[in-house]
Design a protein around this ligand. Sequence first.
Ligand code: ME8
Length: 648
Amino acid sequence: MSAKERFYVTTPIYYPSDNLHIGHAYTTTVADSLARWHRFAGREVYFVTGSDEHGQKIQRAAAAKGVTPKEYVDVIVASFKDLWEKLNITYDDFVRTTDDRHTKAVQAVFQKIYEKGDIYKSAYEGWYCTPCETFWLESRLEDGKCPDCHRPVEWVKEESYFFRLSKYADRLLKHIEEHPEFIQPETRRNEMVNFIKSGLEDLCISRTTFDWGIPVPSDERHVVYVWFDALTNYLTALGYPEQTELLDRFWPADLHLVGKEIMRFHTIVWPIMLMALDLPLPKTVFGHGWLLFDSDKMSKSKGNVVDPIALMAEFGVDPIRYFLLREISFGQDGNFSRRALIERTNADLANDLGNLLNRTLSMLNRYCAGVVPQPAGELKEIDQDLISYASGLAEKVDGLIKELKINEALASIWRLVGRANKYVDERAPWNLAKLEDKGELGTVMYNLVETLRVVALLVKSFIPETGAKIWAQLGLEGLESCTLADAAWGLLQPGTQTRKGDPIFPRIEVEKEAPEPVQEKQEKPEQPKIEKAAPAAPEGVLIGIEDFMKCELVVAEVLAAERIQGADKLLKLQVDVGSEKRQIVAGIALHYKPEELVGRRIIVVKNLKPAKLRGELSQGMLLAATAPDGHLEIVSVSAAIPAGSKVK
Ligand code: ME8
């Protein structure tokens, strides 16, 4: 039997100098989704994250609070773990650099490289950026400031140990050339190659002007430089310096996932440390882009960070996970905005996926008593089309995930969801249900439920709660033990009793453009103006006529209608409401072709606050009725009633 494939993935270990923000949640959500996917695909996975607790930055932050560094980090590290639990992160190990096992690993690494002759004692005199914990040559500064974070640097002069980076430059360049997958994406590889070619200086790897760090073996006046300390965590997690079974199984790492700003440490310093230790290099270091806020990098000092805990409390976990994974082209920078999050949730989760589940199970309840029927009869081309796309999808997603094309993997799953929604409209089960021979209805309903089963399996690594909810509504069990092979077409058992539940993603109504709410701002923002629409009045609650009269309903003639690019569900209508012309955006594109609407007299709520949908102004709302299976019809009157007529 061939050995199982393995996958060791890591995130950066974050600084507990402050609470984590959505940018940190991004890296960790990506790593978690990859780890979950590879486990699902039957691979042996090890997933490590942690906290980078030493260094001058933390020591100063603790002193400012009047507590010891350890007291300071203990509180913040607990909040990291709480965040990861809320975000459903399934790490196998969490390395704290204050763990004893880590001290042992760092001291062993230092000693081994020292004995090899690649560490020597000298004195450092030069610039240092404390927020980035980085030494800088004068020539690399920009306007005298740190070229990475643009904050002031400090002049440091102290006795230090140095690591002979320069000795390994050629070997590293050769490795990069021979292993194009080592540094990804390609733009980062080019940046790193240029950096190395511009000349590597030996690196200062100890400090003596403060003591919050791991002591250098046999010279305890020095503490190990925080990056030399932190990078070692990837070995600590496997039990280094012991020759453990974990180390044998999982080293070299398959993927170090990091933000692009710390690529130099991971693709130059870390590989050279490993070369000096005679250990193999990680297979891939991927430097992803930044999550920007108003096109600027989020950072505490700029006061523009978004708090993931507050977002999860408001929107739930899976909308946040989905947004991060789907919205941002992996490798590139992407913008975070509340508006984009709401639109993504509504379009992909509520409308596409949620609606497919809801309408399929409603129809199954109505036509088949909620029981999965036996497919019967010959397959039509439309059926074949759906089945063949769904059948090849698991393998396709696996390929995309292996290539780290995460947003494309999700897009390919959502193409199946889109196809299935279209399939409902094309195959119109409500018409098939009227036929005496129920064979074709059985085939169509089976195909829909089976599509949802496949979708639940394929999405569960990315949005785990959603996968589980769909699975439960389909009346299935044993999701945890399913593997990629279970996503093959046709494994759904006819006779399965489904259990329709509440909609899995209620739509979030957007009323107005609003400033983005942020975790912390120099000036407190006004109350966020994007509001969720008031929920529909519960059934049975009576309202007075004066409440109803507040609603100005009029007849409107549709003058023109068109699709909105990039929004499958929306149509943009130009209507005449008697007194004026208005634009209305309505989510009816799956039910009406634009040309079917022109000339119709529809009913609109004229005094609804204007809203923007996909950047298009909507000045009113049309009335429509939706059947439980999702079939939708617009309310309209004949041409005898002119535009502008009141409706009561
Ligand atoms: O650098 N967009 O820790 P750190 C995307 N301790 N990702 C972001 C982000 C943003 N706006 N902001 C942060 C350190 N990140 C070191 C690491 S590893 C041996 C030591 C993510 O707390 C991204 O992964 O500053 C980035 O590289 C990391 O957080 C920086 O976290």
